[in-house]
Write a protein that binds this ligand. Structure first.
Ligand code: UT7
Length: 347
């Protein structure tokens, strides 16, 4: 395997998309009520608060209640985003849901959320890009709004990863959590300070598809008793390899989107990275030479919430006043696939 993940360069003629014009009109997030601390995990697997904190930065994560599904969690975040945007569910033209833990194979979790929030006029689908899905979905919706096909899009990252974790595998069960974040996109309103989405970079590399995923339960490895007994329907990860690829991809993607938008890190007020491991974020900080204060982190309270991670962090940063009108925000994500993406938004 190459030491550095080769990031494809866009062709010279690649359309950049119109700069600005599509803005985030509102954000929302939701975390299930039940808190699972590292001390709780010490009772389940052979681990310690000291190991989890020092190796990951995670202190606690939220776990969905019995009967609380990925769609319910996503709907709760969506309602808050709509409220903040001042848009009714009936005005939503498109719902894109990024998730690796859908309620079921099909129908799409987006359709289930449509029903829950009453967005009867929306077209709905799920995006399967693991932890990178939220930015992938925003980029697709941006082009539909920019092209005039739709007016308002509701983008949701929602996960119930607790249902897909092998609770006897200490290598993975300490890492993940449940939650959802959402954003409403639309044309930049009159008088808004920021120009909206300034640029995006996305990439994938299926050569590394084996390092993180759920091997069983699909058509390749169906749910037979034997596969189930081997727990092939739970998350499997080569931690060290994933760690290395995450650092390389998120660093390169950050540099690439700054290049594309003609900005430097000094122009960025807040960086919101995928929340998987504090050591991954520290390594990116060092490589980009950015002070810690620029990074928004909530990993200690949420664990890794997959496609929801950057969505929840964006909402919390916004509501806490870490993002102010006119600020440039850099979001950068990485996930199974492999997939990665970065985006600069002027608020
Ligand atoms: O969202 C998608 C992206 N996901 C990620 O980016 C995650 C990337 N990977 C990571 O964050 C890290 O690789 C981990 C946190 C998963 C693991 O950290 P590490 O420093 O790579 O540890 P390791 O896998 O090398 O394990 C070191 C030791 C092993 O023991 P031995 O073999 O050295 O005796 C593990 O068995 O730590 C052991 N270990 C644990 N010990 C206590 C692994 N998990 C645990 C645990 N508690 N929960």
């Amino acid at each position: 395997m190459p030491a550095n993940l080769p990031l494809p360069k866009p062709p010279e003629s690649a359309p950049a998309g119109r700069v600005g014009g599509v803005s985030v009109l509102g954000t929302g997030s939701y975390l299930p009520a039940r808190v699972m601390t590292n001390a709780d995990l010490e009772k389940i697997v052979e681990t310690s608060d000291e190991w989890i904190t020092s190796r990951t930065g995670i202190k606690e994560r939220r776990i969905a209640a019995e009967g609380e599904h990925t769609s319910d969690i996503g709907a709760a975040a969506a309602r808050k985003a709509l409220e903040q945007a001042g848009i009714t569910a009936g005005e939503v033209d498109l719902i894109l849901v990024a998730t690796a833990s859908p309620d079921m194979f099909f129908p799409a979790t987006a359709c289930l959320i449509q029903r829950l929030i009453g967005a009867s006029g929306a077209t709905c689908m799920d995006i399967s890009a693991a932890c990178s899905g939220f930015l992938y979905a925003i980029e697709m919706a941006r082009h539909m709004i920019d092209g005039g096909a739709i007016r308002y899009a509701l983008i949701i990252g929602t996960e119930k990863l607790s249902a897909l974790v092998d609770w006897s595998d200490r290598n993975t069960c300490v890492l993940f959590g449940d939650g959802a974040g959402a954003a409403v996109l639309g044309r930049r309103p009159e008088g808004r300070a920021g120009r909206g989405i300034l640029g995006t970079f996305m990439g994938s590399d299926g050569e590394y598809s084996q390092i993180l995923g759920i091997p069983g339960g699909g058509t390749r490895c169906p749910t037979t008793r034997e596969n189930f007994d081997q727990k092939l329907n739970t998350i499997k990860m080569l931690g060290k390899e994933t760690f290395k690829q995450a650092v390389n991809a998120m660093t390169s993607a950050s540099i690439e989107v700054l290049d594309r938008t003609g900005l430097t890190v000094d122009d960025i007020a807040c960086i919101i990275p995928h929340q998987a491991n504090v050591r991954i974020i520290d390594a990116i900080k060092d490589r980009l030479k950015v002070p810690s204060e620029k990074f928004f982190m909530n990993l200690d309270r949420t664990g890794n919430t997959g496609a929801a991670a950057v969505a929840i962090a964006l909402d919390e940063a916004h509501r806490e006043g870490r993002i102010r009108p006119g600020d440039k925000v850099l979001m950068v994500v990485f996930g199974s696939g492999l997939t990665w993406a970065s985006m600069v938004v002027e608020w």
